[in-house]
Design a protein around this ligand. Structure first.
Ligand code: NDP
Length: 295
């Protein structure tokens, strides 16, 4: 059994990006983070993204709005950023307050600056296997992790637990596409799937993205399977100063005994999500340069 070190893989990717960014002469890639409210997890995620951007030479700006901001005000702000040529990427940190329609907001971000890949245009382009599309960062990070760990996906049966727009659906679409990594046979499971274990036991590659701590048990996994744990769940741990610790959707202790490869939480998929955001920002920057050249 091998534990996949997401930190190491992400660090390799970030190093490659930093080298590339050094070659950009006049202008550097710039991403704007929008945070609404003071949700502690959002604060911490955005801080991590800002730090990583800074480390590799991407300029970042942070706009913070109160939870009382109206949907129209937020859309106006996005509209300004969409037309600001010094901004190459825009990321609206989820979750948004309930009076704001998050899908409307994600769709409002210009597809060319949608570095989070949540925009309907990019999801459509992804289905068309268009290489210019921005793939959502966590699914794209999972593919990068599989590729760099030399895990073959061709002809493999991938079972995805979860069908969200952000993780479940796009990761299945990416693994289904023609190419490497890809060419997999994909089964999706969700909360209405009866006899879940019957499906998960058939997976050569099992991807758990449901948000339920330690949900996937040893009895649900085929011996020798590759297990990718996307879940990030906070559970109470009084022995820690913070009072909690992060665990995945997979019972790592049990499942790591029978899997061939497994991602830990933390330190598996999480770091790849941030790294892919940086990769998408560099891609958006390069595409903006191409547009200027082609004008
Ligand atoms: P959502 O809540 O949007 O989706 C969860 C999915 O899991 C839904 O499709 C739901 O089914 C399904 N599900 C829930 N309970 C069960 C169950 N008992 N059996 C089968 N399916 C179930 O979550 P996300 O996709 O946004 O995130 C999933 C997890 O991944 C979370 O822990 C989140 O924190 C983490 N995450 C981690 C990231 C990273 O960088 N590592 C990035 C993004 C998310 P249904 O559709 O029927 O309701």
């Amino acid at each position: 059994m091998e534990v996949i070190d997401g930190n190491a893989v992400a660090s390799d990717l970030l190093e490659e990006l930093a080298k590339k960014i050094q070659t950009f002469e006049d202008q550097k890639p710039c991403v704007v983070f929008i945070r609404v409210g003071e949700d502690p997890a959002s604060i911490s995620y955005v801080r991590k993204k800002e730090k990583t951007a800074d480390k590799i030479g991407i300029e970042s700006r942070l706009l913070i709005f109160p939870v009382s901001i109206s949907e129209d005000e937020l859309l106006d702000k996005i509209s300004e950023l969409n037309t600001d040529s010094s901004v190459h990427g825009i990321l609206v940190q989820a979750p948004l307050p309930s009076h704001i329609d998050d899908r409307k907001v994600f769709n409002y971000v210009s597809p060319n600056k949608d570095v989070d890949g949540f925009n309907a245009t990019n999801l459509g382009l992804l289905c068309q296997e268009n290489k210019d599309a921005f793939a959502s960062c966590t699914p794209a990070g999972i593919l990068e992790l599989l590729k760099r760990t030399l895990i073959d996906t061709e002809g493999k049966h991938v079972v995805v637990l979860g069908r969200s727009l952000i993780v479940g659906k796009p990761v299945g679409i990416l693994l289904l596409q023609k190419g490497v990594p890809g060419n997999a046979t994909v089964t999706y499971c969700h909360s209405r799937t009866p006899d879940l274990a019957n499906h998960t036991q058939q997976a050569d590659i099992l991807i758990a993205a449901i948000g339920k701590p330690h949900f996937v048990k040893k009895s649900m996994v085929k011996p020798g399977a590759v297990v990718i744990d996307v879940g990030i769940n906070r559970i109470t741990d009084r022995s820690r100063k913070s009072g909690f610790r992060l665990v995945g959707d997979v019972n790592f202790e049990e499942v790591s005994n029978i899997s061939s490869f497994i991602t830990p939480v933390p330190g598996g998929v999480g770091p790849m999500t941030v790294a892919m955001l940086m990769k998408n920002t560099v891609k958006a920057f390069e595409q903006s340069l191409d547009q200027v050249t082609n004008q």
